[in-house]
Design a protein around this ligand. Structure first.
Ligand SMILES: Cc1cc2nc3c(=O)[nH]c(=O)nc-3n(C[C@H](O)[C@H](O)[C@H](O)COP(=O)(O)O)c2cc1C
Length: 175
C-alpha cells in the first residue's frame, strides 16, 4: 500500500492562471490520498525546509520556464538537494504532440534538469496548457496569435486532467 509523504508542497509560477489551476488540482488529488498538502505560489514560499517533498511547476514562455521558477530553484538549491523534488511545466507545444513537438518538450525538460547541479528532480512532467486569448494581455496576445497561426494550435484548453492526475499520484513515495 502506498504511504504518502508526511508533508508535500505543490508550488507554482503562473502568469495567466492555467498552471495555478493545474497545481491546485494536483493538490486535491494528493489530499484525497491522505497526504498533507500545501499549495501556494512560489512567491509565498518561505518555509521550504519544513516539507519532505516538493513539486514545482511553471509555464513555458518563449521556450523557457518562467524566470521566477528558475530563480526559485537556484536560490533554494541547498534545501532542494535534501528533499524529494519533482518539476512540471505547462506549454502549448504539447497541445499537438507531433514527434517534433515531443522533442521540443524533451528539450524543455532537459533545461530543467540542469538548472542547479545539486537539485536532482526525480521526475519532470510536461503537460499541454491552455491558449486563451482573452486572458492574455497585449502585446503578449499578439505574439501568441502569431504563434497560433504558425503552429496550427487553436485557442482552447488542452490540459489533460487524467494525465495530470496520474502524474501527481506517482509523486507520492512508496516506502
Ligand atoms: C507570451 C507567451 C509565450 C509563450 N511561449 C511558449 C513557448 O515558447 N512554448 C510553448 O510551448 N508554449 C508557450 N506558451 C504557452 C504557455 O506555456 C501556455 O499557454 C500555458 O498554459 C500558460 O500558463 P499560465 O496560464 O499559467 O501562464 C506561451 C504563452 C504566452 C502567453
Amino acid at each position: 500500500m502506498k504511504k504518502p509523504n508526511n508533508k508535500v508542497l505543490v508550488t507554482f509560477d503562473s502568469k495567466l492562471g492555467s498552471t495555478a489551476e493545474v497545481a491546485t488540482f494536483m493538490g486535491s488529488v494528493l489530499s484525497e490520498q491522505g497526504a498533507s498538502i500545501t499549495v501556494k505560489p512560489l512567491s509565498e514560499v518561505n518555509d521550504l525546509d519544513t516539507y519532505d517533498s516538493v513539486i514545482i511547476g511553471g509555464a513555458i514562455r518563449y521556450d523557457r520556464w518562467l524566470p521566477d521558477a528558475t530563480t526559485f530553484v537556484r536560490e533554494n538549491e541547498t534545501v532542494l538537494s535534501k528533499i524529494r523534488v519533482a518539476f512540471f511545466f505547462t506549454c502549448l507545444t504539447l497541445a499537438k504532440p507531433t514527434p517534433a513537438a515531443m522533442r521540443k518538450a524533451e528539450r524543455y525538460a532537459d533545461t530543467l534538469r540542469s538548472l542547479a547541479s545539486d537539485v536532482k528532480p526525480v521526475t519532470i512532467g510536461g503537460f499541454a496548457g491552455a491558449l486563451q486569448f482573452s486572458r492574455t494581455p497585449w502585446p503578449a496576445r499578439f505574439a501568441l496569435k502569431v504563434s497560433s497561426i504558425a503552429t496550427g494550435v487553436k485557442e482552447g484548453d488542452y490540459r489533460d486532467w487524467d494525465a495530470i492526475r496520474s502524474w501527481a499520484l506517482n509523486q507520492i513515495e512508496v516506502p
